[in-house]
Design a protein around this ligand. Structure first.
Ligand code: NAD
Length: 551
C-alpha cells in the first residue's frame, strides 16, 4: 500500500503513454514500486537502505502524468526524483534524463544530504532504484552466484559443498546471498535483524529455513557442512553480536562477508538498540546514532578479520563496511579486500557486466523466448548455459518477468538486436526493456567498490561515469541517469545507468546496436587506460578504437 494505493505496472499491449518508448519508463517506474519488488513501497523505497524511485508521491504522480503526455521527440528531466522540465529534443535523444543525489565535492556528506532531503530538495537514488531498472533480488543473483563460484574455484576445488559461509543482511540485494551459496553447493548462515526480511526471502525460495535461536541455527548449518549438503539458514539476530559470538565459540567458518546496509549508518542497526526502536532512535539523533552504528560495525568487522586470521576467505561485499568500521575506531578494517579487486575485475576488463532485461507484456513466456535466444547466440558459453538453467529452475519473478546475465563487449549488442528482431517478428508479445546495473565495467567510480585498487591508482577519478552517461545519451538510450553515492554511500561514488527499449522498430535496432556496443566499450577503454592487459587484448581483438593506442 502506498498512501492508500498499490502501484503495479500495467501488463499487456494497451498503452497509457503515446508510444512504447515512453510506456517503458512508465511501467518500469511502477514496477520498481510494485510491493513484490520494492522493500518499502509506502515510502517509495525500492532497495539498498533508502534507495527511492521518486522523491515523494506528488513527484511520482507528476512523473506519471509527464510520461503519459510525452511526445517521441521530447525529453523529461528528473532531478533527484522530481520532474523539473520537458524539452523538445529529437527521436534519437533519451526520453528521460535523471540526475540523483549529486552534490558538489566538499558538500558531499551524509549530514548535508540529509539536511537537503529533509528540506524536500533531494532523494537518495541508490543505483537502479532512482533509475527505474531494479528487477528484484534476481538482479544481483547472477553476480552473487558468480562471485561465490569464483571463490569455490580459488579456494575449494570448484564447489562450495562441505563449506560454511556466514554473512549478514537479507534485504533486497543481500537476499540473493543464500541462494547464490546453495546453487554453488554450500551451507550458509545469514543473519538479519528483521525477521520479515528473512521470511520474505524464504517465500520466494531464496532462503530455505528461518531460525530465531542461535544454537539451533548453528547446529543446522554445521550438520549441512559436515554432510556436504546445500542449505541456507536465516538467523534473526544482529551481526555485530552474532559474529563475535561465533568467533568466540570457535565455529569453523570457511567464507565470511556482509551485505547489511552499512553504507548508510542509519540503515545499520547498532548492537544494543532494539529493532522496534530503530527508526525512532535514528530520527531522534542521527549523529549519535551514526556513532553507535560505526562502533558496532567496528566490532562486526573486527570479528570478520578474526575469521580471516583463522583462515577463512573474507571479503567486503560492496557496502562500505570497512570504512565505517575504520571511522568506528577499528584500525585493521581494511585487512580484507573488496569483492571487485578480489574476483570481478578480470570480467570488467572485458567489458563484461550485469546485462538485464524485462518483458513489458508481463508474460513469462516472453522471457523463455529470450532465454532461448541467449542460448542460441552463445552456444559455446558453458557458464551462461548453467546460469540460465539454474535461473529457470530457482528464480521466481518479482514484478514484471525479467532476466539477468553477464555479457561482454560485442555480446550485449548481439543480444539486444536479436531481442528487437523477436519483437518485430511477433515471437515476443510486447517490447523488451534492456538495461543494466550501475555496478558495471565502465559506468562507475567507487574507490571502496568497483574501482578499488585500480592498477594505475585512478580509483577516485569520476570523469569516466560522466563520459559514460554522455556517451549513452548520444547513442540512443531511452533513459540515462547519473547518480552519486549508490552502493557505498554519499561522498563515495559516482555512477551512470542506461536503459533502452527493443520495440521491434528499425530505429530501435539501430539505436540498440550503437548503445549496447558503446556502453560496454567504455568498460574496455577504462581498463585499457588503467593498464589492464586483458582489456588491451579485448580492444585489439574486437576493434575498439583508442586514439593513443595502435593495434
Ligand atoms: P536493504 O536495506 O534492502 O537490506 C539490508 C538488510 O540489512 C536489512 O534487511 C536490515 O534489516 C539488515 N541489517 C541492518 N543492520 C543489521 C545488523 N546490524 N545485523 C544484521 N542485519 C542488519 O539493502 P540491500 O539492497 O540488500 O543492500 C545491502 C547492502 O549491499 C547495501 O549497502 C548496498 O549498497 C550493498 N550492495 C551491494 C551490491 C553488490 O553487488 N555487492 C549490490 C547492491 C547493493
Amino acid at each position: 500500500m502506498t498512501g492508500g494505493r498499490t502501484v503495479r505496472a500495467a501488463r499487456g499491449t494497451t498503452l497509457s503513454a503515446k508510444s512504447w518508448q515512453t510506456e517503458a519508463p512508465l511501467r518500469m517506474l511502477m514496477n520498481n514500486l510494485d510491493p513484490e519488488v520494492a522493500e518499502r513501497p509506502e515510502d517509495l523505497v525500492v532497495y539498498g537502505g533508502t534507495g527511492k524511485a521518486a522523491r515523494n508521491w506528488a513527484s511520482y504522480d507528476a512523473i506519471v502524468r509527464s510520461l503519459e503526455d510525452l511526445e517521441e521527440d521530447e525529453t523529461l528531466l528528473v532531478q533527484s526524483g522530481k520532474p523539473v522540465g520537458v524539452f523538445r529534443t529529437s527521436t534519437w535523444a533519451p526520453r528521460v534524463l535523471l540526475a540523483n543525489s549529486n552534490l558538489v565535492g566538499d558538500w558531499a556528506t551524509w549530514p548535508e544530504f540529509r539536511r537537503l532531503e529533509a528540506e524536500g530538495l533531494m532523494m537518495y537514488g541508490q543505483m537502479t532504484a532512482g533509475s527505474w531498472i531494479y528487477i528484484g533480488t534476481q538482479g544481483i543473483l547472477q553476480g552473487t552466484y558468480e562471485t561465490f563460484a569464483a571463490i569455490a574455484r580459488k579456494r575449494f576445488g570448484g564447489t562450495l559443498a562441505g563449506t560454511l559461509t556466514v554473512t549478514g543482511g537479507c534485504g533486497g540485494m543481500g537476499g540473493a546471498q543464500p541462494l547464490a551459496v546453495t546453487l554453488n553447493g554450500g551451507a550458509v548462515l545469514i543473519i538479519d535483524v528483521d525477521e520479515s526480511r528473512l521470511r520474505r526471502r524464504m517465500s520466494k525460495r531464496y532462503l530455505d529455513v528461518v531460525e530465531t535461536d542461535l544454537d539451533a541455527a548453528v547446529e543446522r548449518v554445521l550438520a549441512a557442512r559436515a554432510a556436504g549438503e546445500a542449505l541456507s539458514v536465516g538467523l534473526v539476530g544482529n551481526s555485530a553480536e552474532v559474529l563475535p559470538l561465533l568467533l568466540e565459540r570457535d565455529v569453523t567458518v570457511d567464507i565470511v562477508t556482509d551485505q547489511t546496509s552499512a553504507h548508510d549508518p542509519l540503515a545499520y542497526l547498532p548492537a544494543g538498540v532494539a529493532f522496534a526502536d530503530w527508526r525512532a532512535e535514528a530520527e531522534r539523533d542521527p549523529e549519535a546514532f551514526t556513532v553507535r552504528s560505526r562502533e558496532s560495525m567496528a566490532r562486526h568487522v573486527e570479528a570478520m578479520v578474526g575469521f580471516q586470521d583463522a583462515g577463512a576467505e573474507v571479503f567486503d561485499y560492496g557496502n562500505s563496511i570497512r570504512d565505517e568500521a575504520r571511522q568506528g575506531g577499528y584500525d585493521r578494517a581494511f585487512a580484507f579486500p573488496g569483492f571487485v579487486p578480489a574476483y570481478i575485475r578480470p570480467l570488467f576488463a572485458e567489458g563484461l557486466g550485469p546485462f538485464r532485461w524485462v518483458a513489458l507484456s508481463g508474460d513469462p513466456k516472453d522471457i523463455e523466448v529470450t532465454d532461448q535466444a541467449i542460448l542460441d547466440l552463445f552456444p559455446e558459453n558453458e557458464g551462461l548455459k548453467r546460469w540460465i538453467a539454474a535461473a529457470q529452475e530457482h528464480v521466481e519473478y518479482e514484478g514484471l518477468p525479467a532476466r539477468i546475465c553477464w555479457l561482454g563487449y560485442g555480446e550485449r549488442a548481439k543480444a539486444g538486436v536479436r531481442f528487437n528482431e523477436l519483437v518485430a517478428e511477433g515471437k515476443i508479445s510486447a517490447p523488451i526493456v534492456i538495461g543494466r546495473d550501475h555496478l558495471d565495467s565502465g559506468s562507475v567510480a567507487s574507490p571502496y567498490r568497483e574501482t578499488e585498487a585500480m592498477a594505475d591508482g585512478s580509483d577516485a577519478i569520476a570523469d569516466w561515469p560522466i563520459l559514460n552517461a554522455l556517451l549513452n545519451a548520444s547513442s540512443g538510450a531511452t533513459w540515462v541517469s547519473l547518480h552519486h553515492g549508490g552502493g557505498v554511500g554519499i561522498g563515495r561514488s559516482i555512477h551512470a545507468g542506461q536503459v533502452s527499449v527493443a520495440d521491434g522498430t528499425p530505429l530501435a535496432a539501430e539505436k540498440l546496436e550503437r548503445l549496447l556496443t558503446n556502453d560496454p566499450g567504455m568498460g574496455v577503454i577504462r581498463h585499457v587506460d588503467a593498464g589492464y592487459e586483458r582489456a588491451v587484448e579485448v580492444a585489439a581483438e574486437r576493434g575498439v578504437r583508442i586514439p593513443m593506442r595502435e593495434w
